[in-house]
Design a protein around this ligand. Sequence first.
Ligand code: ATP
Ligand code: MG
Length: 330
Amino acid sequence: MISVKELTKRYARNTAVDHISFEVEKGQIAGFLGPNGAGKTTTMRMLTCFLPPTSGTATVAGFDVLEQPLEVKKRIGYLPETPPLYPEMRTVEYLTFVGKLKGLSGSELRQRIDSVCERCAITDVKNKLLGKLSKGYRQRVGLAQAIIHNPEVLILDEPTAGLDPKQINETRELIRSLAGNHTIILSTHILPEVEQTCEKVIIINKGKLVATDSVSNLQSRARGVESMLVEVAGRNGDLDATKAQQKLEQVSGVSRVVFKERRENRSVFEVESCKDQFIRGDLARAVVQAGWDLNELRPASVSLEEIFLKLTTDQSGEPAQKAAAAGDAK
Ligand SMILES: Nc1ncnc2c1ncn2[C@@H]1O[C@H](COP(=O)(O)OP(=O)(O)OP(=O)(O)O)[C@@H](O)[C@H]1O
Ligand SMILES: [Mg+2]
């Protein structure tokens, strides 16, 4: 549904987006991640035909953003970083104005306004001046205008920025409910949001693509090996942690055992296995046969945050974000 090939945007001396390529399938929600200044907004502005690419191509629903911008715009709902709201307009006037621009009229327009007001929880500010709305409400009106014409594709630049926790949840729910019929790209700095809402992740750093994959593939790729958390407890009193560690190390297929922590008579270990080795059964048997209790045995999860930091941190260990900021200052 969205296909980006070698897309590049250069400003005078700065390459904001540098030959990035990715695809988003119909009905998918893709999370667009990257530190400040990575090029997320610039990419989204090119996808929505607000900014011409320097080189490369992007197509939305089969239409090229440079050659058929009108066809693209018809099919896209865009929530910009700062929603373009006219302060002297009332919410309902603004939505009417945007709806008409998108080709809606009459009873269909009125119905769509009612429906988006309800979905975005802005019915109570329908008659308020936009200039007098709080930041969170402005954000919600921004979302309402993006979906007013029920577009096939939604491009949302930080849709939950400035919202309170309850609204963040409701907005996530709204976005999830739109998936399936709609194809969505959303940028965010809230990593758990991506884990909860998105099937796919696109990570960019300093204008370059660093990863595009499903959340679960990224996690296993970042790890490269399978790793399990194992909690072992002594039956009568203390557990000899060194002995337990040795026992776990002897299990076939185990490549490494790391002692994590000790809680009273229990010890927690992270056990890594060679890829494609299924060791859970053997681990459990080894613990029980040694006369200990197996309190817990579960895959150690790698958070998206760890992956993100790994992928967007310079080899020198300096966060990419700082490096980019230093570059900008020159
Ligand atoms: N109009 C412009 N002229 C020159 N440089 C620009 C312009 N707009 C953006 N840039 C530069 O392009 C780079 C990418 O900016 P962009 O706004 O796309 O980042 P972002 O990933 O959206 O960041 P954030 O998370 O802070 O929103 C930055 O280095 C920025 O300074
Ligand atoms: Mg941005």
